[in-house]
Structure formats: C-alpha cells, structure tokens
Design a protein around this ligand. Sequence first.
Ligand SMILES: Cc1ncc(COP(=O)(O)O)c(C=O)c1O
Length: 394
Amino acid sequence: MPKLFLEQALSKKITAEDVSFRTKMLEIASGLDDVIAMGRGDPDFHTPKHIVDAAIKAIQDNQHHYTHPAGLIELREAIADMLKRDNNLNYRAEEIIVTAGAQEAIMLCMLALVNADDEVLITSPRFTTYDTAVQMCGGKAVPVPTYEKDDFALMPAEIEARISKKTKVLVLVSPNNPTGAVTPPTVIKEIAELAKRHNLIVISDEIYDKLIYEGSEHLSIASLPDMKERTITLNGFSKSYAMTGWRIGYLAAPEAFIRMLTEPRHTLSINSNTPAQFAALAALTGPQNVITDMLAAYAERRTFMMQAMDEMGLSYGHPGGAFYLYTNISNTGLSAEAFCETLLREGRVLLFPGSMFGDEIDSYVRMSYLQPLERIKEAMKRMATVIDKHRVSA
Ligand SMILES: Cc1ncc(COP(=O)(O)O)c(C=O)c1O
C-alpha cells in the first residue's frame, strides 16, 4: 500500500485556498521600508483601558476557569440588554452563545445548518470565510453580486434570481466587508419578505453595526415581524470596541436552536477565553463614548479618503458603514492586482485587490482607514503620484 503523506491524506473538506497573491504582497512588503498598510481590517486603536483592566482584574481574582459553554450568564444578559436597546432585538440570555469571535459563530452556524449540497447565498464581494465554512460543511456558497451603481447594497432581485431548490440560507452582511455598504432599511424589509416567501433561513452578520455614518441607517432583520424565528443574528466585539485579538463574538437565535448548538460549541473550544469574557462584559457595561470617539475619528478619515479618491478621479461605492472604501481603479489602466503590486513597489502603500474578496471583476481594491490621519494623508499622496505616473504612460 502506498504511504499516505499528510497533504495527500487531507479530507475533502479541506481544499487548497489560493493565498499566493496575499503571500506575494506580504513578501514584497517585508523587503521595503516605511510601508503604509491600508488593507487591514484591524483597528489601529488599542482596546480602551477600562476593558483591558477588567481582564487583568479577572485574572487576579482567579476568574480563569471554564465558564458555561454558552458564556458567562452576566455577559449574555448584558448582550441581550444591548441588543434590545440598540437594535430593537428581543433575545434572552438563553438565546445567546458567546463564541471565539464572530468567526467561530460563522462556523457554528454552518455546522448547524448546512447539509451536503445545500446552497448558501451570500452578499458579494464578501468576507470569504463564509465560502470556506460552507464548503467545509459540504455545501455550496452562491455569491449574490452587488454593484457600484447601487453603492453595493444587496438587491432583492439579485437574490431571487439565484434561489434554487437547494437554497437553504441567505447570509446578509450589512454593513459589508469589503464595500462598507449598508443595505437600507426599506431593502432589509423587502429581503425579509423574500426570505419568508422562499422559506429561507437568514444569517445576519452585523459585526459592523456600530460603525454607521451620517445619512445611513442600520436595521436588524430579526427585529421585523416573524423574522426572529428564521434568523441567526451574529455579532462581536472586534470592530466596535477595537478588540480583535480578544476573540469574543456571539450568535443569537431562538432558544430551542441554541440548546442544540451548545454541545457542538463545547466540542469546538468548550468556552470563549474567560478573562476576555470579563473584558467584553466591561465593554458593554462601561462608557459607550469609546465607540463614538473612535467612530468620529473614522468619520474624519473617511471624508478625507473620499475627497482624495474624487481628486484622483477614482470612483467608489458610497460607504455607509464599517471602515472600508471599495474603490474602482480601472481608469488607471491597470488591473486591480497589478495596481496593488505597483502601488506597493513604487509607493510603499499596501492594499489588497477585490479578488481576495471573491470579486470576479478585477477592477476594485479594498482600502481601510485604520491608520492615523497623517499616515493616511501620506499614503494618499504616494498613491496619487503612482497613479499620475501610470496614467501618463498608459
Ligand atoms: C463580515 C465579517 N464577519 C465576521 C468577521 C470576524 O470577526 P471576529 O474578529 O469577531 O471573528 C469579520 C472580520 O473581519 C468580518 O469582516
């Protein structure tokens, strides 16, 4: 019998992920000085001090044992209170599972819902973890395209056109990564009707819901009539409280479903890191101006970036939320991948092409404004210089 080497022994759940472009970019960047990273999804702000202090206190108080697999009851109660106050969502503590970031909640949802060949619709361009999670569960991710002309809002007709007999779940990500698009409340209501008409389950990823700019409005789909019973609301602390490394997220759904997920959740990681759960509790019960202060800084950077794009003659979808600008670079004469590589080599600014977010059109780049304003100004200056040079020679 031939020997099975590990890579040959991989199960069908694990398929090769093409990360070669990202790897190539990071390798180029590592050989350059003073690179400005404008592609990250991790806030440049540090976690507020009172949140960090709560974790330190928890450790010193010996709060470092296992918790209930669904999370500390006080934390789940605080999440339920916040969801009621901020999102008009009616969940009880028993309807919430605290997870290792929203990321683990995504995997848990797919394990819970996806059978072989089930189809899962997802707003696209997209956070491609969804593709991997669906495929690892034997299902098929079906992208629902969004377009710059609609500011990348998800359109009900585009969803409806992709519904088949195999469609089971619709993933709604608003505000969206990588586009920053906020699907307007009127459209969310239409999507809710569509979900009921076609008997779809909705996973509503609301991880950026605290980062909404003037003129846009977030509506949680599970707050609409008869939607709680068919929705899983997914959220976390990474983006709103600058807590990416703490790994605390959660999912909320009716209790009977949550009860069935407690054992699989226990199997994955027993419970979320205990001191980090105390930190998350402090985030919810402490001053909320930490969010509004960070949001004010993001808003200023966002305005600057949009002006810079206008001056460079680059179009984008109006970003109603999150901290991303999804920019169309096609009039530079370069493809998005070539643009990113050229900008890195010649301008020492690192960003990533839309292809890394499942975009089939190689004309967009995701820019994030997670650098101090002065660094962003410098990055935009460098980008303008690179574009001028290539437009002339194009
Ligand atoms: C849309 C979306 N969902 C979920 C996540 C995962 O976040 P977490 O840090 O809570 O695992 C991200 C992270 O970038 C995201 O963009």
